[in-house]
Write a protein that binds this ligand. Sequence first.
Ligand SMILES: *Cc1c(COP(=O)(O)O)cnc(C)c1O
Length: 382
Amino acid sequence: MEMKTAVVPTAKGKNTLKPDGGFGRFFLPGPTEVAEEVMEAQMRPMIGHRGAGAKLLMENLQEGLKDAFRTERQVFVSTSSATGLMEAAVRNGVKRKALSLVNGGFSSRFADIVESCGFEVERMEVPWGRVFDPQAVRDRLKRGGVDAVTLVHSETSTGALNPLAEIAMGIHEFDDVTILVDSVTGVGGTEVQADAWKLDFVLTGSQKALALPPGLSFGVASERMMARSRAARNKGVYFDLITFSKNQDRMMTPTTPALSVMYALEVQLERIKEEGLEARWARHSAMRKQCCEWVDAMRERRGVNVSVLAPEGHRSPTVTTIRMPEGMSSIPVVAGVKERGFVIGGGYGKIRDTTFRIGHMGDHTVAGQEAVLEVLGEVLAS
Ligand SMILES: *Cc1c(COP(=O)(O)O)cnc(C)c1O
C-alpha cells in the first residue's frame, strides 16, 4: 500500500517529514505520537540508578514535573503504567471504604481496583459521557460512611471532563475524606492544580498528554495522603508512597527506573517549557474546538449523523469520543482511516462499536489535526 506523505508541523513548528509521512498521523488516545527528538533521547547509554548521574537526571525532571502538576511537592516517578499508580492511590489512600465516581471505562477500573485491594467500594454512577455534579457528590458524602473518593478527571473512554476543581472543593467540606484523582489524559493537556485544589493524590502516565513512550507514571501526594500511607497496612512493596518519598528525598526511586523513558522525559520537559504550559493547555483546547466543530459540520452540512458524546461545556481538551449514526459500526471507519495512513482510536468498553475516538493530545496541533479530519470526513461520507 502506497502511503501518502504529508508535511505536518510539530509543536515546535518544525517539519519532520519522513518516508512514512512524518509526525501527525497517529491520533490514538494513548499511547500518543512521540516527537522524533524525544524518541532519540532514549538512545543515551545506561547509567547506574544510584549514582550521581541518575540523581542529577531526577533533579532535572522535578522542576518540569512540578510545573505540569502545579505543585511544590515531590513528584513521584513510578516505573509502571498509570494503572500502577491508580493502585497506589487506593492502597495508600483508602482506609475502609471508597466512593468511586464512575462515568466511563477508566473510572470503572478505579472502582474495581478498590475492590480487588480488599476495600469496600460504593459506585456512584452517571451515564457514560456525562460528568458528575459536585452537589450530588456532596449530598452523598453528607450521609457519611466513606473515607475516600476516586474519580477520573478526563474520561478517556468518553471524552468527558469532570469539573475537578468544583468536585474537590465540595469534598473538602468533609473531614478526612481523601480525593484520589486519575488525570491521565489531563496533566500536561489541561489545567490541573494539585496544590491549589488540594488533591490528595493525582496521577498521570507518560504516554498520554505528556507525549512520551509508555513506561512511567507520575503522582503527587498531599501531606494528608502521606499520613494515610504511614498508617496503611498491607499496602505491598512496589507502590508504598512512604518508600517513594524516602527515596525521592535523595533524588532516587525505590527500584530501578525506566531510565530510557526518563531521558525522553528530560527532553520533553524542555520542549514543554519552551512552549509554556498554559500555551500547551490552550493548544489542546483549540484542538477540541476544531474537532467538535468538525463533527457539527459533518452532521449539519454533509448529512452524516455523527455527534460528540460528551455534552458541551464538559468536553475534554485531549480526546473526543464521537458517536456513529444510529445502527452503524465504527469499526470500518477506523479501518478506512488506517488504509489512508492515519490512526484513530476505536470505541472503548461497552461503546466500542458505536463510537470512535480522536486523541488530540501531546504534541499534535490544529494544523496536524486538519489532515486526519479531512481523511475521516472522506471515509464517513463514502
Ligand atoms: C490510559 C489511561 C489509564 C491507564 O493507563 P495505563 O498506562 O495503560 O495503565 C488510566 N486512566 C485513564 C483516564 C487513561 O486514559
